[in-house]
Design a protein around this ligand. Sequence first.
Ligand SMILES: [Zn+2]
Length: 203
Amino acid sequence: MAGFRSLARQVRDPRGDLALRRYSLRKCLERFAPYGHRATWDHLCARHGLEPEDRAPDPARLVRALEELEAARAVWLAYESGFAERRRREKHDGLRRPGSFDDWHRRTWGGNGIAHCDDPDVHPSAPLAEVLGRLIAALGAEPGAVCPVCTEAGIVWRQDLDREPWSGPVCTGCGIVVPRPVLTAGALAEARRARTRDLASAA
Ligand SMILES: [Zn+2]
């Protein structure tokens, strides 16, 4: 199975067939896709003027989309290696993190669905590296009451997510499934109440 970097080389290969270069970029998203595969593809297409179904896209746009993805991946890999090291120290000192933090890390290790967007058409519009930077800052800070990416307070609990954790807080501003560890207990409770209100008004 080709790794991210060899796929990236294929995307850049000026002698490569355009359809294959595009395909290689999509394969990169199987290795690293912060919003999930479809939402990240939708995001890259929107930001770099690619038609999602165009099999012979402008190669310069294709490479710019790859560059955005690579920049985000570098941010994430730096975070993961720092995290692994910190964890070793904490274990050594007998410190334990809340289970929700571990669960979240296990699911996102390697960079898939870090800021999963359940609806592939609804995702943050800022550059991926910037969004991940905001999320990482929030993971290292005290829990807050708003979305760490768009600072929206409208967070609702959803029960029907299409992947693990299957249910969780979703930001109504930018569409990400907000990692539970970055939200206060009060914000999580408010999200659950918002869901109950929605159900009541739909009944
Ligand atoms: Zn948001």
